[in-house]
Design a protein around this ligand. Sequence first.
Ligand code: NAI
Length: 308
Amino acid sequence: MKVTVVGAGAVGATCADNIARKELANELVLLDIKEGFAEGKAIDMMQTATLLGFDTKITGVTGDYSKTAGSDVVVITSGLPRKPGMTREELIGINAGIVKGVAENILKFSPEAIFIVISNPMDTMTYLALKSLGLPKHRIIGMGGTLDSSRFKFYLSQALNCNPNDLQGFVIGGHGDTTMIPLTRLATYQSLPVSNLLDKDTLDKVAADTMVGGATLTGLIGTSAWYAPGAAGAALVEAILRDEKKLFTCCVSLEGEYGQEDICLGVPVIIGRSGWEKIIDFKLTDEEQVAFNKSADAVRNMNSVLAE
Ligand code: NAI
């Protein structure tokens, strides 16, 4: 199996590191535009192989797409990250050009690849990839809800003082501070509804903390986070290459599901060897559906910038 990660920055390198440690692929290419950067990161990672005991060959390249040929999965992390006080949405202009160019170059050498889009604003970048590449929709996956759901379970575990691995819960909608929807109603602790275990104020605070989870870290670190985003990207690569058929919230093309169409938005999907294989389309409450529609309106508004 061969995986390419485009962008050897904080998120891309962390994603690649996780892919190598888990031996998800025998070949892993890290590509960046900055001269020598991906080469350096790849060599540094290869020098952990004997320490960590993995057997993945990692190659770093500067802009040479021929080295990515025949990739099964490609993760796109190239682009600017946000700085404190910035929204993900403010990155649109510059990142749209980068993501479109990168995706088109990748496709020339890896016509069968499944794309995982991480660059922000991720919902719009996923829609851009879908529209500009003209690939079957199942091969375009945006990574946002996977991370947001993990943050949701982290905050729930803090409130319940429990092991986050005992929690189930997901975040749907857009991947923005005001567009994501943590579904507190459906979150469970070992099958017990958390809404029976936490009072409403605490649950509301968990949801609010989740929504600004990325901004909180940007404020603390000075740039956006990378450990959880990189791990979330690698978890999707793993589900694809190992055909896990696992449920993740991902940003995918909607054609009527959840009452929306002509948009890519976060919903629960089954991830397996052919990409996202099925949307789990369940009935939201009226309140949740209103929030989902509002989220779709905001993302659609941002997508309209692409046409300008
Ligand atoms: P970074 O600045 O550390 O790395 C970005 C890398 O992309 C740089 O090394 C840069 O040289 C490279 N790059 C820029 N243009 C390129 C091109 N045309 N071709 C190849 N490489 C190119 O940024 P970081 O922190 O890794 O974030 C990357 C992106 O991921 C940002 O847009 C950020 O907002 C987004 N992000 C998305 C998350 C999500 O959940 N979807 C979570 C965290 C970050």
